[in-house]
Design a protein around this ligand. Structure first.
Ligand code: HEM
Length: 290
């Protein structure tokens, strides 16, 4: 672990994604290669954090961006399975992506509650008073999956995927309760018109530094590689829960909560596994010419 006075500044970067519902641009010959993970392990309780605001802003944006990339990989499988049920490898890859998304909920939500309210939530409310995750363009195709609407989801081969989705719902509820214990989302607090529009999707993308333009599949993988490398460096220096104002602001409420502990210890492994299994599932399709 790096000494506190050597801590690097962590700065979020612009993410480039194809418009939701659009395919990839042609690869320029580069294969899609998922880089090896630099390290799997990190301390749960890190040293004193010098620049909490910048660190947790980085986590909030980067945790969301990795979620968008993983949603996109799940969306690719769902797009392909409009013609056929997902293959066994695709089901395994989707379960890994959902687990990766769950770890990103946790990683993003490691921000101390007070800092979340004074800075992050305040900024989201300034972007739009009803700012909501429900406006995320890449989540849109996943909504039926998270609501178990596809007939193939009942198949015994989807048990791991069902468990991953259940854990994800529990994790979302957990971090929502943790960061906003007295209740309502910005959308619920805001009495304006509900519903999603292009403008709301653009505001959401803009907040998370996401630009929509043609992107090749290998460029998408590169962006996932660089973000996994970024959060590896962060967790190596700061641990999952750095010391802020003399306290480790943990999300886990119950020491006996095995599922949450498993996610907390495996943020890097789960994000990387999702990228790797998605690439393998796609490569096996190419080999089989499906
Ligand atoms: C860590 C980052 C978070 C991510 C990635 C995230 C993601 C999402 C997504 C994708 C949806 C849409 C679900 C659907 O349409 O079925 C959603 C909805 C929702 N989220 Fe989150 N969420 C996060 C944090 C929070 C927090 C801190 C709260 C606390 C209030 C919260 C409360 C809600 C609520 C109440 C909804 C339903 C729609 C709304 O009222 O806005 N989420 N979230």
């Amino acid at each position: 672990m790096t000494a506190p006075d050597e801590q690097a500044a962590f700065l979020p970067r612009t993410l480039r994604l194809p418009p939701a519902g659009h395919g990839y641009s042609e690869d320029d010959g580069d294969p899609s290669v998922v880089h090896a993970l630099g390290q799997e392990k990190y301390e749960l309780f890190g040293p004193a954090c010098k620049d909490g605001f910048n660190l947790f802003w980085y986590r909030w944006v980067t945790g969301h961006q990795i979620s968008f990339l993983l949603w996109r990989l799940v969306g690719d499988v769902l797009e392909r399975s409009s013609h056929r049920a997902p293959t066994r490898r695709e089901r395994v890859a989707m379960a890994a992506c959902v687990d990766g998304y769950s770890t990103m909920l946790l990683y993003s939500a490691t921000v101390p509650r007070e800092l979340y309210h004074t800075h992050i939530r305040e900024r989201m409310a300034l972007q739009h008073p009803a700012f909501s995750g429900a406006w995320a363009p890449d989540y849109r195709p996943l909504r039926p999956l998270f609501r178990a609407r596809f007939p193939w989801q009942g198949d015994p081969s989807c048990a791991a995927l069902r468990e991953a989705i259940e854990l994800n719902h529990a994790m979302h509820a957990r971090i929502a309760d943790h960061l906003v214990p007295d209740g309502q989302s910005l959308l619920q607090k805001h009495s304006g018109r509900a519903g999603v529009s292009q403008e709301k999707e653009d505001l959401f993308d803009d907040f998370f530094m996401t630009v929509r333009r043609p992107v090749s599949r290998s460029a998408l993988t590169d962006q996932l590689n660089s973000r996994i490398a970024g959060i590896t460096a962060d967790l190596d220096s700061n641990g999952l829960y750095p010391l802020v104002d003399g306290e480790h602001h943990t999300v886990a409420a119950e020491p006996s909560d095995g599922a949450l502990e498993r996610l907390a210890a495996n943020v890097l492994l789960f994000a990387h596994r999702a990228a790797q299994l998605s690439a393998e599932a796609e490569n096996s399709l190419e080999e089989a010419h499906l």
